[in-house]
Design a protein around this ligand. Structure first.
Ligand SMILES: [Zn+2]
Ligand SMILES: [Zn+2]
Length: 120
């Protein structure tokens, strides 16, 4: 699943779910989450009453996090990844969703601090 912002493979970070259509729209990769929200989503600094995390409008777009789990089968433990949309899931209104969708991050700002050393 591709990230809605940068278009690269989003990995298992977050899914964007249209709660009206109950459809997965795309992913949201960790780099874009950090660029857009920093650690705020993990810390839970958002409104939890079904409204947009950033304003008072209805939160039509949910951004649940993939959760890794494990299911014990008869003779094997199967690792699973899944997500739930609950009342505690961070949500965005259409306006803030489109703001993220159309945000074009500077690729340089997404690179982790370089380990390159000068002087070889
Ligand atoms: Zn991204
Ligand atoms: Zn909003």
């Amino acid at each position: 699943m591709d990230c809605i912002t940068c278009g690269l493979e989003a990995g298992y970070n977050r899914v964007i779910v249209d709660t009206m259509e109950e459809a997965e729209i795309g992913g949201f990769c960790l780099r874009c989450e950090k660029a857009e929200f920093g650690n705020s989503l993990d810390r839970g600094y958002w409104t939890r009453d079904g409204k947009c995390a950033l304003c008072e409008r209805d939160g039509f777009y949910a951004m649940p996090k993939w959760e890794a789990g494990a299911e014990a089968d008869e003779d094997a433990v199967v690792c699973t990844v899944d997500y739930d949309v609950t009342d505690d899931t961070v949500r965005l209104c259409d306006e803030h969703y489109y703001a993220i969708l159309n945000y074009e991050p500077d690729p340089r700002s997404l690179d982790p601090p370089s380990n390159r050393r000068s002087g070889d």
